[in-house]
Design a binder for this molecule. Structure first.
Ligand code: SF4
Length: 429
């Protein structure tokens, strides 16, 4: 069984299913949100948002827990004179950066992060980054990307950040595996340990925890994505000659095994060795899922488009937890990335890309799903209407990838249903 790919669902997967494309109003956080998990991943980096007081408030409230720590992100606030074009924002930015770097010699990577206001006044952050790199390099590398909410969803901030790093990496001819996506350190270590036991190496990670390591890119690089929202990074890596190893995202026992198997095939790992390495963690993951997924069996789920994790999560819930997805919507559907998950996702009544929020709310109210996975802004009103919800942003902040987290992933979805079942039990006469 372990030597084979997971069987496709009865009725075939969803790769060629019709997609409802919606281009109306959408309700999502902006790409600045990614700074909250990226700054933990790269302790020698600083994220300087060039934005407004609103951007500063978003960061502070989303990252409230960091208030007592030495901050590794901040906001260079554009005042009204900047926005009106009366002041030279480039000069002010250079002064701010010089002040910051003289105070913080630990900073090795500085990201200038664009926002809605900096885009509206067309502040050229690429030029600023180039000038600042010339001035403060090689000790500090200055890069830029946009976290603006005008065009992005909240996970695109990570994609833009990683894509900005790719052209800057040195060239290498080495045959190597690059694992791409910002995972919590403990999860990344588990994945690296499995790859090591399989005899796959050298393995590098993007983003690297520290600048100036041995990470290079070239035609010998094979890369595997751990997040489905890395479309720009995928394109940037291919431009450098690296080749993608398509695989389901490593959620759940099945997704993790399929991801590892795709990489193992690419690196010609012996199937007996693959089975020997994965057998015990697979069994642990299956047991943990079985323990946590009780409340999910036979219940229906409805995904609003938010994190871009929707398709791989729906695959996990349908195949490993016995749920019945009624609608699966994602902000974008990049088949080059989520195609392998779509091959395994059983046919769903509605598969949608983009959003027209009012129409989608109507569909959700008509469907009355047991569990709705959506952004924070929609969760409270839907709860008030009697629907159980799960905040999609939690799935980005919580360790959910690979075998040892498979039970926690099922438990995250089971919790709102357990709570609702308990409340209904208490309310019963
Ligand atoms: S980048 Fe745009 S959407 Fe995000 S906090 Fe700033 S103003 Fe708001």
């Amino acid at each position: 069984m372990t030597r084979q790919d997971p069987p496709p669902p009865a009725g075939g997967g969803c790769r060629n299913a019709p997609i409802l494309r919606q281009r109306g109003q959408h309700e999502v956080f902006c790409g600045l949100t990614g700074i909250i998990w990226l700054h933990r991943k790269m302790p020698d980096a600083f994220f300087l948002v060039v934005g407004s007081r609103t951007c500063a408030h978003l960061l502070q409230s989303a990252a409230g827990v960091m208030i007592f720590a030495e901050p590794r992100f901040g906001t260079a606030i554009l005042e009204e004179t900047d926005l009106a074009g009366l002041a030279d924002a480039q000069e002010e930015l250079e002064r701010e950066v010089a002040r910051l770097l003289s105070r913080r010699p630990d900073i090795r990577r500085l990201f200038l992060v664009g926002s809605c206001p900096s885009e509206v006044i067309k502040l050229d952050l690429a030029r600023a980054a180039e000038r600042l790199s010339a001035r403060h390099g090689p000790a500090v590398r200055v890069l830029n990307y946009s976290g603006s909410g005008i065009e992005t969803t909240f996970t695109e901030g990570e994609d833009a950040c990683l894509a900005a790093m790719v052209p800057d990496l040195p060239e290498t001819q080495d045959r190597q595996l690059l694992v791409v996506g910002a995972l919590p350190d403990v999860v990344e270590d588990q994945a690296l340990a499995l790859l090591d036991q399989l005899g796959i190496g050298p393995v590098r990670v993007l983003p690297a925890r520290r600048a100036g390591g041995d990470l290079g890119i070239g035609p010998g690089t094979r890369f595997a994505l751990t997040q489905p929202f890395l479309g720009d990074t995928h394109a940037a890596l291919e431009r450098r000659g690296a080749q993608h190893v398509p695989a389901p995202i490593p959620f759940g026992e099945e997704g993790t095994t399929a991801w590892l198997r795709a990489v193992a095939r690419e690196f010609q790992v012996d199937p007996d060795r693959f089975d020997a390495v994965t057998e015990a963690p697979r069994a642990r993951a299956r047991r943990a899922i079985a323990q946590a997924a009780g409340p999910l069996k036979g219940r229906s789920a409805f995904f609003f488009p938010d994190s871009q994790l929707e398709i791989p999560l729906a695959r996990f819930l349908a195949r490993e937890c016995g749920m019945d997805p009624l609608e699966v919507s994602a902000p974008y559907i990049h088949k080059g990335i989520v195609g392998p998950d779509m091959d395994l996702l059983p046919p769903v009544p509605v598969l949608a890309e983009g959003q027209d929020v009012e129409k989608q709310l109507d569909r959700c109210r008509a469907a009355r799903p047991d569990l709705t996975i959506c952004g924070l802004g929609l969760a409270n009103p839907l709860e008030a209407e009697g629907l159980a919800t799960k905040w999609s942003i939690e799935l980005v902040f919580t360790p959910v990838h690979f075998y040892e987290q498979a039970g926690d992933l099922a438990a995250l979805f089971a919790r709102p249903l357990r709570r609702r079942d308990a409340l209904q039990f208490e309310a019963a006469p």
